[in-house]
Design a protein around this ligand. Structure first.
Ligand SMILES: Cc1cc2nc3c(=O)[nH]c(=O)nc-3n(C[C@H](O)[C@H](O)[C@H](O)COP(=O)(O)O)c2cc1C
Length: 185
């Protein structure tokens, strides 16, 4: 029986996304006692406070439901112009306006990314700053930075580098331990 439910969210919408590839690798690697699903951001519009509470788009409601069930998150964080990609920020913004911030508050999150020269370090540290306000608890270590333009990924965006795959395993284990420490599970 699964005792930890993790939701993965990738900030990239493109088919060959390396960041989404990281989450697909997580899905392959999670042990049986962890349930892992991936949010679909394709149809999520920009947050707009004029959208009434009873008029939220289906795509947003589906992710809210996944978030409500999630004990923990994994964010795959592309770097756009030195910061986190808008699709990821946008779903965090949507979630943060739910009553009592209940979808996010107090939950652990592991962060990873694939990008240019610094492997998304800059965007990940911006994301960590966002986590402060929305009261998410990022895993400090291990960190995961990778080059989206290297042979670590195949052309479909799948992670194929054995050393990096080991790092993903370590992150999954560390997130499970961090979730226990926070008494989420
Ligand atoms: C609008 C835009 C801005 C970008 N800015 C950066 C950047 O500041 N730093 C960086 O490392 N890569 C940057 N990149 C390159 C992305 O890291 C690269 O396209 C990466 O593959 C995106 O992740 P994905 O494969 O998951 O889509 C940028 C890409 C786009 C489309």
């Amino acid at each position: 029986m699964s005792n930890l439910n993790i939701l993965g969210i990738s900030g990239s919408l493109r088919k060959q996304s390396r960041n989404s590839g990281l989450l697909r690798k997580v899905a392959e690697l999670v042990p049986e006692n962890i349930s892992f699903s991936i949010a679909d951001l394709q149809q999520v519009p920009f947050y707009n406070a004029d959208i009434p509470a009873d008029g939220k788009p289906e795509a947003v409601l589906k992710i809210f439901d996944q978030m409500a069930k999630a004990d923990a998150f994994i964010f795959a964080c592309p770097e756009y112009n030195y910061s986190l990609a808008p699709a990821l920020k946008n779903i965090i913004d949507w979630a943060s306006r739910q009553p009592d911030n209940a979808l996010l508050a107090g939950k652990p999150v592991a962060i990873m990314g694939a990008g240019g020269g610094m492997g998304t370090a800059r965007s990940q540290y911006h994301l960590r700053q966002v986590c402060v306000f929305v009261d998410l608890y990022p895993l400090n270590k291990p960190e995961f930075f990778s080059s989206a333009f290297s042979e670590s990924y195949n052309e479909d965006g799948d992670l194929v580098d054995e050393h990096k795959i080991e790092q993903i395993k370590e992150i999954i284990n560390a997130l499970a331990r961090w979730s226990k420490t926070l008494a989420v599970k």
